[in-house]
Design a protein. Sequence first.
Length: 94
Amino acid sequence: MALDYPTYADKAIFVDLLAEGADPTEPATPVELEAWIVDREIPFTTAVDLPGAGQRILKDFSPIESTFLVELGSMTIVEHARAPTTLYPALDAL
């Protein structure tokens, strides 16, 4: 979805959360996040769990790769999918 960001930047806010570090049982570090951003050329907001918080991203959002489409006015999740590309029609409708 990062490559299509310019197409949707005026319709949505994108945030990429990196949950797992080099060891999948450990949260990602800021250094791993920076490598993720550079490798995938991510042009939008990214985040990892705060140090000492554990793997809250996995616990609070999903244990697998997931994409959420959130209506910003109400902060309601209106669509949820594993593959980001399946949400393109919903983004197009915004």
